[in-house]
Design a protein around this ligand. Sequence first.
Ligand SMILES: [Zn+2]
Length: 196
Amino acid sequence: METFLEKLMDLLTRVSELYAIPQWAVNAGAVTIFCILVAFPFLVRHLLQPKYYRFRELILFKVLWRWKYKKDDVVGLWCYCPKCQAMLMVDDENCRSNESLQNKITYFICNECGGNELGRVVGGDRRYALSLVKREIWRHIKEGSFNEISSATKEALKIYQGIEASKEETTNSTTLHVKIDEPKTSEEEDVKKDGI
Ligand SMILES: [Zn+2]
């Protein structure tokens, strides 16, 4: 490695002397060329990526769906809580015992937000739900509406998290209120004691 660097520096010095260019300019040029060569494959890969690769989030059935792309396929599709971003639990146990499609329901549950149902899909199990979401993703890609959906999703998530933030604020103020109330009770007790 050292010998390579020595050879390189020697070459750069010779270039500098040969063309009467300042040494620093030759070195800077060499560094620039090196950076371009390293970055080039990444840049090409990025430019060749389909535009829809940026479309990786969608709100459907009241929950957030996220995925990635591998070549021309949607991979790693799963649902997340639009409020706290945690991975959701999917409950489709009832789909095995129920014969009627109307009774087959897949529930989306966030354990982080108290284990409540956030949304549901009627008509099938988790595989059915995932296939519906995939179909919706490809529909937006084919119709070219994925950019609008992406920005709409970002806005919706802000609102979801805004609601969550204001809820926390109210909880905090309630806690403060309770704390403010506490001394009063002891004062009252004191008054009672004094009375006795
Ligand atoms: Zn949650």
